[in-house]
Each structure stands twice: as structure tokens, then as C-alpha cells.
Design a protein around this ligand. Structure first.
Ligand SMILES: Cc1cc2nc3c(=O)[nH]c(=O)nc-3n(C[C@H](O)[C@H](O)[C@H](O)COP(=O)(O)O)c2cc1C
Length: 214
């Protein structure tokens, strides 16, 4: 964790809650596109409260200093260091309760496969396995063209679509590995605007206690 703030979220009052900002759980998995994760965190922070989650592989690409100061970055180590005995809070459950929206950007081929198969062997995939699918959940895959075209990818995308996960598709361009083709993560600005527009239209329809941005 990059700050001393406790993992447990604040408890919301039940009656007449005052409006609050949306809570975004922004996660990165181990694609080279995770170098843009700091940029994504800054975009979302202008609109929402942000907590960040990173897989072990994604940490090779994330410059922690590039994250906004008030954004806590949770890793697999935090999952275990915050739990010592029965009665202690469980980080993946607390984060899943706290969040209004889950966004995984970038989504690696590996984490896609794990989500589609129901596996949960790290902090991020435990959050996903415990996710409440009445809340928005977006993914922005990023991988080499050959990985994207692999038959497993289509199967996995279909499976997560059935779960209710919203896809922000990858784009075609020169990839970090030098290949040209589809598989690059959508631009952070597109990811941000897609999630924000979706959430704001849902708030307008549902009228919950999440604040309309000014
Ligand atoms: C330099 C480098 C770049 C990589 N880029 C990608 C990528 O863009 N997309 C992807 O799916 N995997 C990529 N990988 C492979 C993943 O990091 C690897 O599958 C890892 O196990 C993913 O773990 P995670 O899903 O838990 O984050 C890359 C690996 C390396 C060494």
C-alpha cells in the first residue's frame, strides 16, 4: 500500500445519505500497456474516488511515483498483510464492497483466462470472483496480436460477456513488441469517457446517492 490509510472503507449512513463521488476500483494486469496506468488513475481521480489494484506482473510496468498521491495501490502482499486472525477484514471483500465500478485496464491474456475460468489466485482475481455483477465492470484488454487472435481469447471474451462484463475493445496499431495489428489497449481517454458516460447515464436513470459531477 502506498499510504497508511486503513483498507476498510468508511461505512455509509443508511438513511438519507449525502451525495458522494463515484468509487472506482482501477486495476492493472501484466501487459506492457500498464505503463499508462498512472495516466488512467489521474483521469479517473478528477471525477471519482480511486483505489488501485495491481497484479504482481503489472508492477514491472507501473511507476508508483506516477500515481496520484491520494490513490492507494493494493497488491497481493496487502491481501495477506492485512489479515492475521479470524475477525480481521479480508481485503478483496472490503474493496469489492467499497467500489461502485471495477475497471481492469490493461487486462492481460492471462487474467482474462483466469476470470473466464473462475480462477482466483491473487488479489485482483479474488475481487473479480466476489464481484457483484449488478455493478458496472469494464475491461480493456491489451496483448500481442497473435494472443488476441488466439481461439482462447474469443472463448474467454464470450464467457465474460455472459457474466455481464463490458468490453472496451483493443485497437489496431504498432504494438510495443514491434508487430502491427489489433491488441493494443484503447487510449486512456477513451476508457475514461466510456466508463464515465455509462455510469452517469445509469445514475440519471436510477437516481442513487452517487453525486452527479459538476
Ligand atoms: C515485457 C513483457 C510484456 C508483456 N506484455 C503483455 C501484454 O501486452 N499482454 C499480455 O496479455 N501479456 C503480456 N505479457 C505476459 C504477462 O505479463 C504474463 O502472462 C503474466 O503472467 C501476466 O500476469 P497477470 O495476468 O497476473 O498480470 C508480457 C510479458 C513481458 C515479459
Amino acid at each position: 500500500m502506498s499510504s497508511s490509510e486503513p483498507a476498510s472503507p468508511e461505512i455509509e449512513p443508511q438513511a438519507n445519505p449525502s451525495p458522494r463521488r463515484p468509487r472506482i476500483l482501477l486495476a492493472a494486469s501484466g501487459s506492457v500497456a500498464a505503463i499508462k496506468f498512472g495516466n488512467l488513475c489521474h483521469s479517473f481521480s478528477e471525477w471519482a474516488e480511486v483505489k488501485a489494484v495491481a497484479t504482481r506482473a503489472s508492477l514491472h510496468f507501473i511507476d508508483r511515483a506516477s500515481l496520484p498521491k491520494d490513490v492507494i495501490l493494493y497488491t497481493d502482499e496487502d491481501e495477506w498483510s492485512t489479515w492475521n486472525k479470524m475477525g480481521d477484514s479480508v481485503l478483496h471483500i472490503e474493496l469489492r464492497r467499497w467500489a461502485d465500478i471495477l475497471v481492469i485496464a490493461p487486462l492481460s491474456a492471462n487474467t482474462l483466462g483466469k476470470i473466464a475460468g473462475g480462477l482466483c489466485d491473487n488479489l485482483l482475481t479474488c475481487i473479480v470472483r466476489a464481484w457483484d455483477y449488478s455493478k458496472p465492470f469494464f475491461v480493456a484488454p491489451a496483448m500481442n496480436t497473435l494472443m488476441w487472435k488466439n481461439p482462447f481469447t474469443e472463448r474467454h471474451i464470450m464467457l465474460i460477456d455472459e457474466l455481464g462484463v463490458s468490453l472496451i475493445p483493443p485497437v489496431t496499431k504498432r504494438l510495443a513488441c514491434g508487430d502491427y495489428g489489433n491488441g493494443a489497449m484503447a487510449e486512456p481517454s477513451l476508457i475514461y469517457s466510456t466508463v464515465r458516460l455509462f455510469f452517469e447515464s445509469r445514475v440519471q436513470q436510477g437516481g442513487n446517492n452517487v453525486q452527479q459531477p459538476v
